[in-house]
Design a protein around this ligand. Structure first.
Ligand code: UDP
Ligand code: MN
Length: 540
C-alpha cells in the first residue's frame, strides 16, 4: 500500500511509506517522466491537478475507463476452477476528494471483471468530499451507469468528514449481498479477482480476506507487480509486508490462501460475520490503525485472515493524501486506541515505539468501552496468544528500562540524534519530535538509537557503539556488533554519565569552534544525561 514514490520527500523523517506532509511538488520531475509535448497551458493544468489530488489526474482523464492492465496472476491461477454457485457480492468504494475519472475507472473495472450474476451492487461512500465534480457530475454519472445496469450503483454521502473506518462501516451497513468487498476508490480490479474471494468465503464464512495489491504509479499510471507477501505491522502499528511463511512455500501450491497477521486495509468478508464481529472500529479517526484493530479482533475472536494469491487488485499509491497535513497525529492516536483495546500487557510497546509516556500520554483515544464489551461478548483470546500463535515475528522487548530523547546537562536544547540515513554517525541536534531522536536503553546495557525495530530478523536495530579508537561514537547493527565483540554495552542511570562498560570512556558533547556540539568519547568529565521516560527502575 505504502511504498516510497519516485519523487524525493521534503520531510526528513525516515519512515517507510511516510507521506504525511503535502510535499512540495517538483513539477519538472513530474513532467520529465511524463508529459513531453504538452503546451505550457496544459503543463500548468497538469501541475495544478497533481498538487490537488496527489496523482496525475491530467493523464487519468485521458486514459480509457476500460483500459486493460497486465494480468499479474501466477499462471496456475488460470487453471483454477471455482464452484458454479457462489455467494453474491457488494462492492463498497469509499472516497474523499478523488478524481471522477479515477472513480469511473474503478467502477468500470468492477463491472467488466466481476461475473455479472454475482455482482449485486456497487456502493459508493463519499466521506464529505469538497470537489465540485463529485457533486452534480457524479450524480449524473451514476444515473448513466444505472441506465445500463439497473440499480447497480448506490451513492451515500456523509454530511461531515467521518474518516475511513466510518466510511467503510457506512458502506457495510448499506450492503445487502452475502459478501462485501470494501475497497478504496482509486483501484482497478484485475481479471478473475472476485472468484477466489467468493469461493474462499463460501468455504469458511469466518475468513476475512485480502487480495494481493499491485501498484498503480501516481505519475505514469503504469502497473507495477508486487510479489506475494503477508501483511504485518511494527510497534507503531504501521503496516508493512512480511515474507510468506515457509510452510506455505513448502506446501507447493502457489494458489493457496496465505494466512496473514493483518491486512493493509482493503478487505472482503462475509457480510453477516463482519457485522457480528464488530465491523470496523467507528472510534478510529481519519486514517490508520483500523486495519490492525480489525486484524487483532478477527484473530483473537475466532476468525482468520488470509491473502488470496489469485485475487489481484491494482491500487493507486498517491503522492500525498488530501485529508491530513500530518498523518502522524491520527496514526498515533489510533495506535494507542488499538493498544488499549486489544494488546493487554504488551500495549506499552506501542507507547515506546511512538515515544509516548505510558501513563498520562495526554492523547485522547476516545471511548473504548464498546470494544471491551465486544471482547467479553465474543470471548476473545489475549494478545499474548496472538503474538505467540499468529505473529511470532513481532517481538516485544521487555528489557527496555527507559526511553525517549536524551539530553546532556550542558545544553538542554539539543538531543542525541541518529544522524543522516543511511549512515552510522550519531549527532547532537536541536531536539525534535522525530523518531531519529528516540533512544531505548536496555537492562543489558545496549542503547538502541532511532526508530524502534520490531522484527530482529528482518530489519536491524542500531546500537550506540564505542569502536575503541578515535573519538567518534558509531552506530552498528546490534546483533553484528555483539558477534564481533564491539563495545555496545553502557552503564547509565538517570541524570548520570553514559559510560562504556568495556572501554570506560564516556559519551560526552563538546563545542566546536563553530559553536555547534559534537558527540565524543573521552575520559569522563562528569557530564550527565537525562532520558525522557522511565519504564522501571534498574539498579546497576
Ligand atoms: N478515506 C476516507 N476518509 C478519510 C480518510 C481516508 O474516506 O478521512 C478513504 C480514502 O479516500 C481512501 C481510503 O480511505 O479511499 C484509504 O485511504 P488512502 O487511500 O489515502 O490510504 P492508503 O491506501 O494510501 O493507505
Ligand atoms: Mn488507497
Amino acid at each position: 500500500m505504502e511504498q516510497q514514490g519516485h519523487v524525493e520527500w521534503e520531510n526528513a523523517e525516515f519512515y517507510p511509506g511516510w507521506k504525511g506532509v503535502k510535499a512540495r511538488l517538483t513539477p519538472k520531475k513530474l513532467l520529465q517522466q511524463w508529459g513531453k509535448g504538452l503546451s505550457e497551458a496544459q503543463q500548468k493544468e497538469a501541475q495544478y491537478l497533481f498538487l490537488e489530488f496527489g496523482y496525475n489526474v491530467f493523464l487519468s482523464d485521458q486514459l480509457p475507463y476500460n483500459r486493460s492492465i497486465p494480468d499479474t496472476r501466477h499462471a496456475r491461477c488460470l487453471q483454477k476452477t471455482y464452484p458454479a454457485q457462489l455467494p453474491s457480492l457488494s462492492v463498497i468504494l469509499i472516497f474523499m476528494n478523488e478524481a471522477l475519472s479515477i472513480i469511473q475507472r474503478a467502477i468500470t473495472s468492477i463491472i467488466n471483471r466481476t461475473p455479472p450474476q454475482l455482482l449485486k451492487e456497487i456502493i459508493l461512500v463519499d466521506d464529505f468530499s469538497s470537489h465540485g465534480e463529485l457533486k452534480a457530475r457524479l450524480n449524473k454519472t451514476i444515473k448513466l451507469y444505472n441506465q445500463n445496469y439497473p440499480a447497480l450503483l448506490k451513492l451515500i454521502r456523509h454530511t461531515e468528514r467521518k474518516g475511513l473506518a466510518q466510511a467503510r462501516n457506512t458502506g457495510l451497513g448499506a450492503a445487502t449481498a452475502d459478501v462485501v468487498a470494501i475497497l478504496d476508490a482509486h483501484i482497478e480490479v484485475n481479471v478473475g479477482w472476485a472468484e477466489p474471494i467468493l469461493s474462499r468465503i463460501q468455504e469458511d464464512h469466518t475468513v476475512v480476506v485480502s487480495p494481493v495489491f499491485d501498484k498503480i504509479d501516481f505519475n505514469t499510471f503504469k502497473l507495477e507487480k508486487y510479489e506475494l507477501a503477508t501483511v504485518g505491522f511494527d510497534w507503531k502499528l504501521w503496516c508493512q509486508y512480511d515474507p510468506v511463511p515457509q510452510a506455505w512455500i513448502d506446501a507447493g501450491d502457489v494458489t493457496a490462501p496465505v494466512k496473514s497477521p493483518s491486512i493493509m486495509g482493503i478487505l472482503a468478508a462475509n457480510r453477516i460475520f463482519l457485522t457480528k464481529i464488530g465491523a470496523l472500529d467507528g472510534g478510529m479517526l481519519v486514517y490508520g490503525g483500523e486495519n490492525v484493530e480489525l486484524s487483532l479482533r478477527v484473530w483473537q475472536c475466532g476468525g482468520k485472515i488470509e491473502i488470496l494469491p489469485c485475487s489481484r487488485v491494482a491500487h493507486l499509491e498517491r503522492y500525498h493524501k488530501p485529508y491530513a497535513m500530518d498523518l502522524r497525529i491520527p496514526l498515533r492516536r489510533n495506535a494507542l486506541r488499538v493498544a488499549e483495546s486489544w494488546m493487554d500487557e504488551h500495549k506499552y510497546m506501542v507507547y515506546l515505539a511512538w515515544n509516548m509516556p505510558i501513563k498520562n500520554s495526554g492523547i485522547d483515544y476516545g471511548d473504548i468501552s464498546s470494544r471491551k464489551a465486544l471482547r467479553e461478548k465474543l470471548k476473545c483470546k489475549t494478545f499474548d496468544w496472538y503474538l505467540k500463535t499468529i505473529y511470532p515475528l513481532l517481538k516485544p522487548i521487555p528489557n527496555i528500562v527507559c526511553y525517549g530523547r536524551i539530553k546532556n546537562s550542558l545544553d538542554e536544547s539539543v538531543c542525541l540524534d541518529r544522524g543522516p540515513v543511511p549512515g552510522n554517525s550519531p549527532k547532537v541536534k536541536p531536539c525534535s519530535e522525530f523518531s531519529a531522536q528516540s533512544m531505548y536503553y536496555l537492562f543489558s546495557g545496549e542503547f538502541y538509537v532511532g526508530e524502534l525495530i520490531s522484527k530482529e530478523d528482518i530489519h536491524e536495530q542500531y546500537c550506540l557503539t564505542d569502536s575503541g579508537h578515535g573519538e567518534d561514537p558509531t552506530l552498528e547493527l546490534c546483533s553484528q556488533a555483539a558477534q564481533r565483540g564491539q563495545h555496545i554495552y553502557w552503564d547509565f542511570r538517570q541524570g548520570k554519565s553514559i559510560k562504556n562498560k568495556d572501554t570506560a570512556r564516556c559519551l560526552e558533547i563538546r563545542k566546536d569552534p563553530s559553536g555547534s556540539y559534537r558527540l565524543v568519547l573521552e575520559s569522563c568529565t562528569q557530564q550527565t544525561w537525562k532520558i525522557q521516560h522511565i519504564v522501571r527502575n534498574w539498579g546497576h
